[in-house]
Write a protein that binds this ligand. Structure first.
Ligand code: PXP
Length: 240
C-alpha cells in the first residue's frame, strides 16, 4: 500500500503562536501514527519558525514513531541529524524569506555539498531522499549523488488542479520521471500542496510509494475537529 507521511510543522506553528505547549507536536505525532500515518515529517528550519530542536529531540527519542526529518543541506543540520538519528532524512532547499519550500533542490549547483551530506547520512543508516522538481536531469544527478529516494515536488500540479487548469502535461512529466527513477533503482515519493483531489490524481502513478502531506491535513483536522471541541465546551458550560 502507498505510504502516508504526515507533516506536523503546522501543529508547531499554532503552538508557537502562544509560546506555550499546546497543541503539542509530539502528541500529534503519536495520534497520527495511532490512526495510520506511516511516518511523521518535521522540518527543522534554520530559523526554527515552527519545529524546535526540543521537538526533534522528543520525537526522535520515541522509536515507535518513524521519523522523517526535512533539513537544508548544511553542516550544522547534518550534525543535528547524525546526533538525533531520524529514520529518514529529506534534504530540501531553504530560503529564509519563503513561506514554504518553493521548489526542488538545485542539485547541479550544490552537488559537492549534497553528495557529502548524503554519504554521511547513508553511512549512518539513515534513508536519504532529495526533494527535486520533476526533471530527468535531476533524477540522474540524484542517483549520482547516492540518494536512496527522490521526493518529487508536486507544487506545480497541485496549483494547476486547484485552479482548474489543464494538469495533464505536468502529470505526464511526473509519470515519466517516476518511471526513470524506478529504472535507476530510486524510491519515489511525492509531496507539496497535496489535497484529496491531487492525491487521487497522483495515486494513479503506481511507482510513487509515499506521499508526504502537511498543510491540508492540519487544515482539515482543524475544520473537522471543531465539532468535537465545541461539544466538549458546551458540555462543560451546561451544568452550573
Ligand atoms: N514534502 C516536502 C519535502 C516539503 O518540504 C513539504 C513542505 O514542508 C511537504 C512535503 C508538505 O507540503 P504541504 O505542507 O504543502 O502538504
Amino acid at each position: 500500500m502507498t505510504k502516508l507521511g504526515v507533516n506536523i510543522d503546522h501543529i508547531a506553528t499554532v503552538r508557537n503562536a502562544r509560546g506555550d505547549r499546546h497543541p503539542d507536536p509530539y502528541l500529534s505525532a503519536k495520534i497520527a501514527i495511532k490512526y495510520g500515518a506511516d511516518s511523521i515529517t518535521i522540518h527543522l528550519r534554520e530559523d526554527r519558525r515552527h519545529i524546535k530542536d526540543k521537538d526533534l529531540m522528543i520525537i526522535s527519542s520515541n522509536n515507535q514513531i518513524p521519523l522523517n526529518l526535512e533539513m537544508a543541506a548544511t553542516k550544522k543540520m547534518l550534525k543535528i541529524a547524525l546526533k538525533r538519528k531520524p529514520d529518514f532524512v529529506c534534504i530540501v532547499p531553504e530560503k529564509r524569506a519563503e513561506i514554504t519550500t518553493e521548489g526542488g533542490l538545485d542539485l547541479k549547483k550544490n552537488r559537492k555539498k549534497i553528495k557529502y551530506i548524503v554519504n554521511k547520512l547513508i553511512n549512518s543508516k539513515i534513508r536519504t531522499s532529495l526533494f527535486i522538481d520533476p526533471s530527468i536531469k535531476d533524477i540522474k544527478l540524484a542517483k549520482q549523488l547516492g540518494a536512496n529516494c527522490i521526493e518529487i515536488h508536486t507544487g506545480k500540479i497541485s496549483n494547476l488542479v486547484k485552479n482548474k487548469l489543464n494538469y495533464k502535461k505536468e502529470l505526464t512529466k511526473i509519470n515519466k520521471c517516476a518511471k526513470y527513477a524506478h529504472l535507476l533503482g530510486l524510491e519515489i515519493h511525492a509531496g507539496h500542496g497535496l489535497d484529496y483531489k491531487t492525491t487521487k490524481i497522483l495515486k494513479r502513478i503506481n511507482l510513487i510509494t509515499e506521499f508526504n502531506i502537511g498543510h491540508f491535513i492540519i487544515g482539515e483536522s482543524i475544520l473537522y475537529g471543531l465539532k468535537k471541541v465545541i461539544k466538549n465546551f458546551k458540555n462543560i458550560l451546561k451544568n452550573k
